[in-house]
Design a protein around this ligand. Structure first.
Ligand SMILES: [Zn+2]
Length: 267
């Protein structure tokens, strides 16, 4: 399935509506999804557009799996993220943290003024995670919007990730498979590296524990972390199908979730 085809773009892409149509939408439970990604080096074999391409393709699958008429609205991807950890590698185009913070706040304020009440980030770049967590709460405080993060923990589903799941974090088997499934001719498998960082065994020093701040040059000579040589389009297709369906279910849960129901004593 390609970008700009399917329900995501034909039935749920908010900016394809007119001003009048947006005004008339029932916004009581409507959820707006803001994709946030990056343009940054992903090794010698993948396009620098990798995170954005994966993001939009995953959403294309997710929206396909939504029930008919679901009040979930997609807005254009924020392709530029915070990729300062990849600076120095040609092709990386990054926003500074403060710029990205200002941009997501401005988008949220605009949605609020349009009458929306719920916003979800769908982020596909690790370097954005901490910033978006912080901004989600800032937006909640400043605009009153309900703000959610839609992410996937690869480790919850060992069946789908065959090799080194916690070390395959950038341009490796998973991301290369996802790009292959989306745009096979954008990948040069002859150049695909196999480079797994040799982290100490201590549980305190694993990526997922965020124990140390790194830039890409600390971790890898090739610019990737993982084994891209194992990537297949079939794995990518499988992940889009599986995670896309899971995301559709999550999005519907957020549509139904009412934050005002959390307090046990009213008032
Ligand atoms: Zn990536």
């Amino acid at each position: 399935m390609n970008r700009y085809t399917g329900k995501a773009w034909d039935a749920h892409f908010l900016p394809r509506l007119s001003r009048k149509q947006v005004a008339e939408l029932d916004k009581t439970d409507a959820l707006v999804v803001l994709p946030v990604a990056a343009i940054e080096q992903h090794g010698p074999h993948l396009p620098v557009y990798t995170d954005t391409l994966i993001n939009e393709t995953m959403l294309t699958y997710a929206f396909e799996a939504l029930p008919e008429g679901a009040p979930v609205w997609l807005i254009p991807a924020l392709s530029y993220g915070k990729s300062t950890e990849h600076l120095g590698h040609p092709g990386t185009i990054t926003l500074s943290a403060t710029t990205l913070m200002a941009v997501v706040m401005d988008i949220a304020k605009s949605l609020k003024v349009s009458g929306f009440r719920k916003l979800a980030f769908y982020n596909t770049h690790g370097g954005n995670v901490d910033l978006l967590n912080m901004m989600a709460r800032e937006i909640r405080i400043e605009t009153g919007l309900a703000v959610y993060q839609v992410q996937f923990d690869r480790s919850v589903d060992p069946a789908v990730i065959p090799n080194e799941p916690t070390l395959d974090i950038h341009g490796g088997e998973v991301e290369t498979s996802l790009v292959l499934a989306s745009r096979e001719h954008w990948v040069d498998m002859d150049e695909a590296p196999d480079e797994i960082s040799s982290l100490p065994a201590s549980p305190n020093l694993q990526f997922k524990n965020k124990a140390f701040a790194w830039v890409m040059n600390d971790l890898s000579a090739s610019g990737i972390c993982g084994n891209a040589q194992l990537a297949t389009a079939a794995l990518g297709e499988h992940l889009y199908e599986r995670w896309g369906k899971a995301m559709a279910a999550t999005l519907m849960e957020l549509v139904r979730f009412d934050m005002t129901s959390l307090r046990s004593k009213g008032e």
